[in-house]
Design a protein around this ligand. Structure first.
Ligand code: 6GU
Length: 225
């Protein structure tokens, strides 16, 4: 899979993609992440990427030209399956969207900044608009890192048995059950006996019941889906 991130702040994304699971996924060749600095696609001498909003008002708007130059340069080599625009007024990101995106070959993620992009980019170039929640970030970069992380760990071969995505929260519309590790007794705080029983069927049943209970209490809406 190829993920192309288009941003005015590529430095902000260096670190998230260069550690742990995302780093190993790239080393194994399962995903290639390409960061594109929007300024490199500006044609004017000041390398501008934004301009005042027509009609007035505070805040700058990301211009058509650098974004279109960038998308067209990238698309001339390979068509994208999705051009995703990161914006607080997009569709709420979810595990089911992550699952869907993880099956694609090539995606572009455009990070919004300032007051956002010229609406014509959204009308004519963007195929999906994504938000990561009902709060406002300074830019789309951290949200793009969140979305990319959720996608990349689902690509076949990225996770091994120990980190398997099958038992994640949300994967079956249930939150994950509680987990414990050694010691079995830490200063009188004890691990549930069932987990020490060695009875796999009993443990599996307990985990399922705990997941259902936890979901009922914390996220009842998930159980209706
Ligand atoms: Cl995708 N961008 C920004 N700027 N803020 C957000 C967001 C995205 N998702 C939630 N808040």
């Amino acid at each position: 899979m190829n993920i192309h991130v288009i941003t005015v702040l590529p430095e902000l994304l260096d670190s998230p993609f260069n550690h742990s699971i995302l780093k190993r996924a790239q080393q194994k060749g399962l995903v290639n992440v390409h960061l594109h600095n929007l300024r490199d696609y500006s044609n004017d001498k000041h390398k501008s990427v934004d301009d005042y909003a027509f009609g007035g008002g505070a805040g700058m708007v990301m211009m058509m030209e650098p974004i279109v130059n960038c998308l067209e340069a990238l698309q001339s080599e390979k068509k994208f399956d999705e051009v995703i625009y990161m914006t607080p007024d997009g569709e709420n990101f979810s595990q089911s969207l992550a699952n869907r995106f993880s099956l694609l070959g090539d995606i572009a993620i455009l990070c919004g900044h300032y007051k956002g992009v010229d609406e014509r980019i959204r009308q004519h170039y963007v195929t999906k608009e994504i938000s990561i929640g009902d709060y406002v970030l300074s830019g789309g970069e951290l949200a793009a890192a969140v979305v990319s992380d959720a996608i990349i760990r689902l690509i076949p071969g990225v996770l091994n048995d120990e980190t398997s995505a099958l038992t994640d929260s949300f994967q079956d519309n249930l939150l994950a059950p509680p987990v414990f590790t050694r010691p079995a007794d830490f200063k009188g705080m004890k691990v549930p006996d069932v987990l020490l029983s060695g009875n796999a069927a009993y443990i599996e049943k307990w985990r399922f019941e705990q997941a259902v209970e936890r979901t009922k209490i914390r996220r009842p809406g998930l159980l209706d889906q």
